[in-house]
Design a protein around this ligand. Structure first.
Ligand code: PLP
Length: 373
């Protein structure tokens, strides 16, 4: 069985370091925030090229607090992508604001920047681009539109730790950048975790307050806050893993390049890398009309695949009240029908990559000879 990712294999490579970090926290008993979280925040801010990072208990909390720090609330609109994990839209809804979607660019799967201006209304307060699958959104036009219309830009970088746009790390380009450390992300905790990075001290301070009951001094509540604190254990674990992240990212990129060679000219549309960016391959997404047939055949070869995402946000039952119907975002809808994620993780071996490619080539030939009806 070749899984889409293998967290046990990762643990085996860093077991002694990780075990020591966990024991350190058990011994110092700083289970919530504390010195390990503070140290991780400094190290992660440095990694992202940002002045500050604020650790929280999930990527969803990071998005929620970034939106609140920007003053977004009911009657406001936030422009984002309909082709993303549900949390992006959910965080907007948590604030009382309305997500307004723009369709995606079929090559990058990210927001089609040429459609943003038409979606701006007098209620628009922010743009929330998602760097999907590890590839940066086209940030220059987004920042330019935001500047001209007085909007805040909050990056959803939950899938893109270390991705770069024209040499700058994602998360540090907009006013705030939000990361998830869900275990399967490129930098993953052993549990839940997230962070907001920013160069703006006022935003950072407000997020620090909001994550901990709006309080800097015990039992004095300056703001109506939340229990969104990062755990000490996760801070210690993330510090260990951050030291390995660049090496892991380079392994992902090498695997993607190898897939590119092995899958050349086999009728499968491979991921397209935009000229402006460093893709960190959180997900290796291929696409084609025969997606379901490929998936079934790979399953028979004991190769696991994923579909990110089979239903775009605007067609989710929970978000029907936004009033978008089928056909509202045809590029996102077609992507949802065609995408397939192949196994990609740093510890994958050359022979595993070859095994996947051989099975996929076979599947692509077969599906092409007897197309699914
Ligand atoms: C994972 C993810 C989130 C949410 O992060 P959690 O840590 O699971 O709350 C948000 N946006 C995107 C694009 C994600 O992939």
């Amino acid at each position: 069985m070749i899984p889409v990712l293998d967290l046990k294999a990762q643990y085996r490579t860093i077991k002694s370091e990780l075990d020591a970090a966990v024991i350190r926290v058990l011994e110092n008993a700083q289970f919530i925030l504390g010195p390990e979280v503070a140290a991780f925040e400094n190290e992660f801010a440095g990694y992202c090229g940002a002045a500050e990072a604020v650790g929280v208990n999930s990527g969803t909390s990071a998005l929620h607090l970034a939106l609140l720090a920007a003053g977004i609330g009911s009657d406001d609109e936030v422009i984002t992508s309909p082709f993303t994990f549900i949390a992006t839209a959910a965080a907007i809804v948590y604030t009382g604001a309305r997500p307004v979607f723009v369709d995606i660019d079929p090559a990058s799967f990210n927001m089609d920047v040429t459609r943003i201006e038409a979606a701006i209304t007098p209620r628009t307060r922010a743009i929330l681009p998602v760097h999907l699958f590890g590839q940066p959104a086209d940030m220059d036009p987004i920042m330019d539109i935001a500047r001209r219309h007085g909007l805040v830009v909050i990056e959803d970088a939950a899938q893109s730790h270390g991705a770069e746009y024209k040499g700058r790390r994602v998360g540090s380009i907009g006013e705030m950048g939000c990361f998830s450390f869900y275990p399967g992300k490129n930098l993953g905790a052993c549990g839940e975790g997230g962070a907001v990075v920013t160069n703006n001290a006022a935003y950072a301070r407000k997020i620090r307050l909001l994550r901990d009951w709006g309080s800097e001094r015990k039992y004095v509540h300056e703001l109506k806050g939340y229990n969104y604190r990062m755990e000490g254990m996760q801070g210690a674990i993330l510090r260990v893993k951050l030291r390995h992240l660049e090496k892991w990212t380079e392994a992902r990129r090498a695997h993607a390049a190898r897939y590119g060679e092995l899958l050349e000219d086999c009728g499968v549309r491979l991921p397209e890398v935009m000229p402006y960016g460093r893709h960190v391959y959180h997900v290796y997404t291929i696409r084609g009309a025969d997606r379901d047939a490929w998936r079934a055949e790979l399953q028979q070869h004991e190769i696991q695949t994923g579909i990110h995402y089979p239903v775009p946000v605007h067609l989710q039952p929970a978000y029907a009240d936004l009033g978008y119907g089928r056909g509202a975002f045809p590029v996102a809808e077609q992507a949802a029908a065609q995408v397939l994620a192949l196994p990609i993780y740093p510890e994958m071996t050359g022979s595993q990559l070859e095994e996947v490619a051989v099975a996929l080539r076979l599947a692509a030939t077969r599906a092409h000879l007897s197309p699914a009806v």
